[in-house]
Ligand binder design. Structure first.
Ligand code: PEP
Length: 252
């Protein structure tokens, strides 16, 4: 049976993007808005420095803009940090929290990620909450236990299909060109759906579950066809309009 959940393709530009890249964004936005907006929702999460410019770009059309992180507090003495309210003020609609690069580079724990998700909600935005096993956990056969622990700790009570999206991103698949087997993706996404339905009821059943890790135009159709995969979180391939649009085109 076809899923009734509209897919979301979200691009994570990470620490890439200058004002000179706004033409690439404009090309994505025009291609998406003119031919693909009916197929899937789509979003680009640039670095903080570009959020306002992209969100207010005259060619943005239906392509939404998000952020890659935020602080847990709404304002105050936190030098160098950015709040959910500031992100909303720039015109963004969502914030990625708990990306594995932040968990690794900044020691972010599940508890901190959960606090960030609540701060995102308080700002009226959607939290894209990332989980995923390391290579050692995959090799050790503890993938589902690792994902369960992250879901338990990082997805706060009060999560709904409107205020939250879950992204399953195996750490070893991010930026490596490696992807799990289709059966492995199906196993984790089926597990996440059951976990969220058991814990959040109908909201967990309706919540979007994204796959992320080396998604490209060439593998997107196969990955997006897996049951309970409701879109993708895309890193490297979201930097070029042809690649990003190719991924959206591959959504069935
Ligand atoms: C990511 O950083 O979220 C990601 C999935 O990166 P890539 O697509 O480059 O593997």
């Amino acid at each position: 049976m076809m899923s009734s959940i509209k897919p979301l393709i979200a691009g994570n530009w990470k620490m890439n993007g200058l004002r000179s890249d706004m033409d690439e964004f404009a090309a994505m936005a025009q291609g998406y808005s003119s031919e693909l907006a009916g197929k899937a929702d789509a979003m680009i999460c640039p670095p903080f420095t570009l959020i306002a410019a992209l969100a207010n770009h005259p060619d943005r059309g239906a392509l939404a803009v998000g952020a890659q992180d935020c602080h847990t507090a709404s304002s105050g003495a936190h030098t160098g940090d950015i709040s959910g309210g500031m992100i909303a003020d720039c015109g963004a609609k969502a914030v990625i929290v708990g990306h594995s690069e932040r968990r690794q580079d900044h020691g972010e724990t599940d508890a901190l990620v959960a606090e960030k998700a609540k701060a995102v909600w308080d700002a009226g935005l959607t939290a894209i909450i990332c989980v995923g096993e390391t290579e050692a956990e995959r090799r050790g056969g503890t993938t589902l236990a690792a994902v369960e622990q992250q879901l338990s700790g990082s997805v706060p009570q009060g999560a709904t299909a409107q205020n939250s999206v879950i992204a399953y991103e195996p750490v070893w698949a991010i930026g490596t060109g490696l992807t799990p087997g289709i059966d492995d993706v199906a196993e984790v996404h089926g597990f996440m759906r059951s976990f969220l339905a058991n814990n959040l009821g109908g909201e967990g059943t309706a919540m979007r579950l994204l796959y992320g890790g080396s998604v490209k135009p060439g593998n997107a159709a196969e990955l997006m066809a897996v049951p309970h995969v409701n879109g993708a979180l895309v890193g490297g391939a979201s930097l070029k309009a042809t690649d990003f649009l190719g991924i959206i085109r591959a959504v069935s």
